[in-house]
Design a protein around this ligand. Structure first.
Ligand code: GDP
Ligand code: MG
Length: 327
């Protein structure tokens, strides 16, 4: 379900694409920056001179990332007064970033919604919020290098990184995250001496199956994440190292547990995104998740080298990061 910019609502624009070239039988993947789209987004009059806050979602493919961003769009398209009451009703339909049933991936590389959402931060200053969708990490067409590059770049430029996982947070999810973060550091250290990401990291667990142990939502998610990231005396040295390193790289970690969206969403071939067909408890939790992620306390303007990053700066940084990632 996707719509193009027919009514000025915006559209998803690809800013990074992974291209594959066949060189004498060897397939080489390359990051390609779509300069024209990057300019369109970052030099928008509401973005260029304003501090930027990018909301990013990353994780394996076919796990409902693009679908979820549709709820963020719906929320941000509402008037502020309406956001505070019932911003999602049974009659609504979720659309925006292209999402699809089946097993083929849809998103490839990095896409950003063309329309910025101008909001006020907790100090009353104007900021431009942008929504970013990423290619599935670890699908069968990408190499580890592609995944690491995409994830690293999305981390470097986002204010909130939602790490989207199915059913639980497993040891290898932490391993991947740590590996990608370390990879990103090789790049960020050349651009930012602080070496610490000021992205807030949210572990979002989809299809959470044990609400009796940890309840759905933010509190359950935070308790679950804390437990999973806790260093235990019987942990192998490597598991301890990963946890220490992640806590150092992400001083700000949260969690959220979402229920299954309902049978129709997942199995009905003709499902078109209507809220009416989603399970009630899923809708109830999504209605809490979106304002939680976008709350003024959560959203921090990106800082690189201690300086707030505007759209104009962001465009410069993305170019520099892509150049470094290509080497
Ligand atoms: P992406 O590759 O991660 O961006 O996944 P998509 O957003 O394209 O969605 C892939 C499929 O997952 C679609 O058929 C959705 O209907 C379905 N889906 C969306 N949200 C969820 C969820 O929370 N749980 C499950 N099990 N499926 C979902
Ligand atoms: Mg997608």
């Amino acid at each position: 379900m996707a719509f193009s910019d027919v009514s000025g609502r915006g559209e998803s624009l690809e800013i990074i694409r992974i291209t594959s070239n066949d060189t004498n039988g060897e397939i080489l993947h390359e990051l390609e920056l779509i300069e024209e789209n990057l300019e369109k987004i970052m030099c928008h009059p509401e973005v260029k001179e304003n501090p930027v806050q990018i909301v990013s979602i990353a994780g394996a493919f076919r796990k409902g990332k693009s679908f979820l961003l549709g709820f963020f769009l719906k929320y941000l398209q509402m008037d502020i007064q309406l956001q505070e009451c019932d911003w999602l009703s049974e009659r609504d339909k979720i659309e925006g970033f292209e999402w699809r049933g089946g097993s083929e991936r849809v998103t490839s590389g990095i896409q950003i919604w063309s329309k910025p959402f101008v909001c006020q931060n907790k100090f009353g200053e104007k900021v431009a919020v942008l929504l970013m969708d990423t290619q599935g990490v670890f699908d069968n067409e990408s190499t580890v290098q592609d995944c690491a590059s995409i994830f690293a770049l999305s981390n470097l430029i986002s204010s909130v990184q939602i790490y989207n996982l199915m059913q639980q947070l497993q040891e290898d999810d932490l391993q991947h995250l740590e590996f990608f973060t370390e990879f990103g550091k090789l790049v960020s250290e050349q651009a930012d001496e602080t070496g610490v990401s000021n992205s807030r990291l949210i572990f979002l667990i989809r299809d959470w199956g044990c609400p009796y142990e940890y309840p759905y939502g933010k509190e359950g998610g935070e308790a679950y994440t804390r437990e999973k990231l806790k260093i235990k005396s019987n942990h192998h040295e490597e598991l301890k190292r990963i946890r220490r390193n992640l806590s150092r790289c992400f001083p700000n970690i949260g969690g959220f547990l979402l229920p299954h969206p309902g049978k129709a969403v997942v199995t009905k071939q003709t499902y078109d995104g209507t809220v009416k067909e989603m399970d009630d408890d899923f809708v109830e939790m999504v209605k809490l998740l979106v304002p939680y992620i976008l709350s003024r306390d959560m959203m921090m303007t990106k800082r690189i080298n201690g300086m707030e990053v505007t759209g104009k700066d962001m465009s410069k940084y993305v170019r520099a990061f892509v150049r470094l990632l290509k080497n």
